[in-house]
Design a protein around this ligand. Structure first.
Ligand code: NAD
Ligand code: DAU
Length: 355
């Protein structure tokens, strides 16, 4: 009977991870879910095929920077918890246009904290004790690792991109609202997610879609940058566990123990595409093209997830090799989902070169 009688606000619930959280909550728990999303370019309500008509689901098209609009939602739904996933999330876009990242990731989080605090302050003592604000952040706040070591919950913050600096700022605001006002907050920092319904600007869906079209596959720099891949449905389960059983004031690192170089990831996708959808043009590996590096490109991320594993009993179910196969198959089987994005004007062109 998980979350029976609870109302949970999920901000950014039409995005990649937010939609996985909404699908998981509706499928596996008894929560009433209110999806609060502005519907930016990255949003897609088609990522929630079973939500419409579900009596446990409501959608509100609202921007988290709008305090008065948020206040109406708190008054209307009286939530027991907030999961904050609304954000500008793409590093390359933050290089060309950092303003939206400052506004949504920092100012938006500030507004959400203020309205959560106002709501929380007005609750009964019992409800106040149960209320939770879970802020979803990233391992990019820790900066870049060398060849050795892992990010832990005590690693110092050292963000390098406008995106990660904006996320780091929001994490600090969340911490301050707990220390200063007592709002019961928790923070998670996770590694690179992949899986169904990811907007095709991110490496994995970008390469799948370009590869299917026999177009060049851009690998930034030497392709030896390392990311630590986490299957999105494993992440969604970790988040609801943290919400349910995490200790207020704690941070939890979430990662899949799947470090891979970008080149390894791209080559693996090429081989899967060749297997599932061979091209008359020949092997996809021939399409790999080394292109100009991302400015400020972090070299390596790797998460030590032992705290969330040990204290909350979470374990990633998906290994990278099984998860990437499922993901490639998903993009092959759900072409209308991503073709609508391409037909809607997304050009899949290189951005973030600071030119
Ligand atoms: P996404 O870009 O796919 O989706 C973001 C969603 O937020 C979209 O639906 C968008 O419409 C919504 N949104 C943006 N601005 C908004 C605003 N002002 N008000 C209301 N809604 C707004 O992002 P994602 O990949 O699902 O990431 C979700 C969260 O997880 C982000 O906070 C991100 O920083 C974090 N994160 C992502 C990853 C990853 O690999 N994708 C890894 C670590 C952390
Ligand atoms: O680590 C968590 C972060 O992971 C999240 O906080 C971000 O929201 C999310 O976007 C992701 O950031 P990255 O920058 O790591 O993801 P991206 O998919 O943009 O790039 C992954 C790696 O692949 C990175 O080293 C850059 C490289 N890359 C990316 C693209 C789009 C390429 O080589 N070619 C590409 O075309």
């Amino acid at each position: 009977m998980r979350f029976k009688g609870s109302t949970i606000f999920v901000t950014g619930g039409a995005g990649f991870i937010g939609s996985a959280v909404v699908r998981h909550l509706l499928r596996d728990t008894h929560a009433r879910v209110v999806n609060i999303d502005k519907l930016t370019y990255a949003a897609n309500l088609n990522s929630l095929p079973d939500a419409v008509g579900n009596p446990h689901y409501a959608f509100e098209q609202t921007c988290i920077r709008e305090g008065s609009a948020l206040r109406k939602l708190f008054d209307k739904y009286q939530p027991d918890a907030v999961m904050n996933l609304a954000a500008e999330s793409h590093v390359d876009r933050s290089i060309d246009g950092p303003g939206e990242f400052i506004q949504t990731n920092i100012v938006g989080t500030f507004m959400l904290l203020q309205e959560s605090l106002r709501h929380w302050t007005g609750l009964s003592a019992e409800k106040r004790a149960q209320f939770r604000f879970l802020h979803i952040s990233t391992d990019e706040v820790f900066g870049s690792l060398g060849d050795e070591g892992f990010f832990t919950e005590t690693t110092a913050y050292a963000p390098n991109s406008p995106y990660s600096a904006s996320k780091a700022s929001s994490d600090h605001l969340v911490r301050a609202w707990r220390e200063t006002y007592g709002l019961p907050t928790l923070v998670t920092n996770c590694s690179n997610n992949y899986g169904p319904y990811q907007f095709p600007e991110k490496l994995i869906p970008h390469v799948i879609i370009k590869g299917l079209a026999d177009e060049p596959l851009p690998v930034y720099g030497d392709g030896q940058n390392i990311r630590d891949w986490l299957y999105v449905e494993d992440h969604a389960k970790a988040l609801t566990l943290v919400l349910e059983n995490g200790l207020v004031g704690e941070t939890y690192n979430v990662g899949g123990r799947n470090e891979r170089t970008n080149l390894h990831v791209v080559e693996g996708i090429c081989d899967l595409l060749d297997e599932f959808s061979p091209s008359p043009a020949g092997p996809r590996r021939n399409l790999i093209s080394f292109v100009a590096d991302r400015p400020g490109h972090d070299r390596r991320y790797a998460i030590d997830a032992s705290k969330v594993e040990r204290e909350l009993g979470w374990q990633a179910q998906e290994h990278f090799e099984s998860g990437i196969e499922k993901t490639v198959r998903w993009y092959l089987d759900h072409q209308p989902w991503w073709r609508e994005i391409l037909n809607g004007g997304y050009a899949a062109a290189r951005v973030g070169l600071n030119r």
